[in-house]
Design a protein. Structure first.
Length: 388
């Protein structure tokens, strides 16, 4: 499980790396901040396309082989990013990152049931998606810290080395993972008509898109709005990451029994974050408080949403995971793209308002889900049955 968790950590850290380095990369490659945001939105959009395609096309190929090939390609993509001479070269490398993202997420997310006994599936899934959560909250500060000390090219070079080490680890410890057959388009269509899964995917889109509208530009937000000096950004984001990891494990424990309540708290936290930046974020203390709330709220997103996906489609995990990965990355792409447009045209404050709007929609949808669940439980209660 540790090896699979490291694979998801590696690919999502690579995905998130440009966020903490956005300004530096844009300056070096002579690009606008909004255009540089494509380094996040482009691979995310392609990952949304590649995730179901990899699951369908993989057929009976050993899943261990697929993961190893994808990790090798991820190492190459990081090397290409480190050597990028202009933004076109960088975006070409990020296309390859998108392919790796879609494939690794889709395959890894459904492996828990094959690698551990049934009683440990919940913990195994938390570890796998803990890699996603850890990367989502640590990838940015990690890149920012390396970038501040050695330059952004060394950050990508370091991830190339890390991806290679994870590949070696996989070759050493992951057993063969043969499958009898692959998923079909018809099976994907059947799951897309699953009402519970539709709600889970809609929540995924709202929460992730709203987060990345603002978080793609967290560095300029902390510098321009809160007034932090650039040398403090790496350390601030590292604290954000630690808080987020703690939130991930807490959410994993609570979500298994109280999934709706967990998602309500997460949505409320992601709504509170832009409100805090718009009200008290103009000071160092206010910006720091807003960032901590942000890490606490978003740290639990991956594991909570995946728990909801598992409950919605327990008999079609690989298909549901591929759809989840697709929508998750569409959310990243939509958020980063829309955020980039707003930042270039209207500034950071407008971007925060829109991010808050998405979080509000997620909060309302989760509230409705909770209300429907209470009604169903009430209708199935012994007292209700006796009245009927």
């Amino acid at each position: 499980m540790a090896a699979v968790g490291l694979a998801t950590f590696s690919v999502v850290t690579t995905e998130m790396l440009p966020v903490g380095l956005l300004t530096s990369i844009a300056n070096t490659l002579e690009s606008s901040t909004g255009t540089a945001g494509l380094m996040i939105s482009l691979p995310a959009l392609l990952a949304a396309l590649f995730a179901p395609l990899v699951v369908i096309a993989s057929g009976g190929i050993d899943r261990r082989k697929i993961l190893c090939v994808l990790l090798g390609l991820l190492m190459i993509a990081n090397i290409a990013s480190a050597l990028a001479a202009d933004m076109r070269w960088m975006l070409a490398a990020r296309i390859l990152v998108g392919f790796c993202m879609g494939g690794i997420w889709a395959i890894a997310g459904s492996l828990a049931a094959r690698l551990v006994p049934a009683r440990a599936i919940g913990l195994a899934t938390s570890i796998i998606f803990g890699g996603v959560a850890a990367a989502s909250v640590l990838g940015v500060p990690l890149g920012a810290l390396i970038g501040d000390f050695a330059g952004w090219r060394w950050a990508f070079g370091g991830m190339a080395v890390f991806s290679g080490l994870v590949l070696v680890f996989h070759l050493a410890v992951i057993p063969t993972l043969p499958v009898a057959s692959s998923a079909t388009l018809r099976q994907f269509g059947e799951q897309l008509s699953n009402g519970k899964l539709q709600i889970a995917l809609a929540l995924t889109l709202l929460l992730v898109a709203g987060h990345f509208m603002a978080f793609t530009f967290v560095r300029p937000l902390l510098i321009s709005v809160s007034g932090f000096e650039p040398q403090w950004i790496g350390a601030l984001l590292f604290v954000y990451g630690i808080v987020g990891i703690a939130s991930n494990f807490l959410a994993g424990i609570v979500a298994a029994r109280h999934i709706t309540q967990t998602l309500l708290i997460i949505a409320l936290g992601l709504l509170l974050t832009p409100v805090l930046f718009l009200t008290i974020g103009g000071s160092l203390a206010g910006g720091g408080v807003a960032l901590l709330v942000w890490g606490l709220a978003y740290g639990g997103v991956s594991v909570a949403l995946m728990t909801l996906i598992m409950k919605a489609a327990p008999r079609a995990m690989e298909i549901a995971t591929a759809l989840y990965v697709g929508i998750f990355n569409i959310g990243i792409a939509l958020g980063a793209w829309a955020g980039g447009q707003l930042v270039d045209e209207r500034g950071l404050s407008s971007n925060l308002w829109l991010a808050g709007g998405f979080a509000t929609a997620a909060l309302l949808l989760t509230t409705r889900v909770g209300w429907n669940e209470r009604k169903q439980k009430s209708a199935c209660s012994p007292a209700s049955a006796a009245e009927k």
